[in-house]
Design a protein around this ligand. Sequence first.
Ligand SMILES: NC(=O)c1ccc[n+]([C@@H]2O[C@H](COP(=O)([O-])OP(=O)(O)OC[C@H]3O[C@@H](n4cnc5c(N)ncnc54)[C@H](OP(=O)(O)O)[C@@H]3O)[C@@H](O)[C@H]2O)c1
Length: 171
Amino acid sequence: MNLIAAADENWAIGKDGGLLAHLPGDMKFFRETTKEKVVVMGRKTLESFPGKKPLKNRVNIVLTRNTDYAPEGVTLCGSVEEALELLKQYDSEDVFIIGGGTVYRAFLPYCKKAYITHIFHTFPADTVFPDLDREPRWKQTKVLGTGEDNGIRYEFRLYEQQPVSDGKGGI
Ligand SMILES: NC(=O)c1ccc[n+]([C@@H]2O[C@H](COP(=O)([O-])OP(=O)(O)OC[C@H]3O[C@@H](n4cnc5c(N)ncnc54)[C@H](OP(=O)(O)O)[C@@H]3O)[C@@H](O)[C@H]2O)c1
């Protein structure tokens, strides 16, 4: 399972229900990386999309505890466990956790790769992502590219969760 997020220098990801900045190059990277894949999100992230509509050309899975919620074009899950069960039918490499803060946190332990757009800027924010540079299990392994929009620079970083050691030098 993978995760994809755009975070600033403080690992901030959102404010007032929206993104921190309009970065068309990052949107393109997101679109290309998740195209034809399975995207998993929280109800608030779905509602942050234009028209509160699901993303085209992707299977959209949305977490909510509200049993009366019935948006079109998405599969609903009432818990992380229910989502994990549902996701078993897909190749885990095709699954992308796309936010927001609560859903990233809940699924982080199940993810092998995190595609983080690191934005070289700090923004006022109310939603943050766990600082992967301080998580011993996570290591940045690659820079996949760089970009700049409206004078804001960013780079696409790949983080990978490291296998647990058995304490004997093996894995
Ligand atoms: N920078 C990025 O890459 C990025 C990506 C995505 C989102 N964002 C930003 O993040 C912010 C939204 O994040 P958020 O943390 O406030 O909200 P969120 O994670 O998008 O959605 C939270 C909602 O999801 C449901 N939910 C969460 N965990 C659940 C669980 N274990 N079981 C069942 N339902 C669960 C609940 O819905 P109900 O209340 O309906 O029960 C909860 O209120 C926005 O500002 C958005 O723009 C940023």
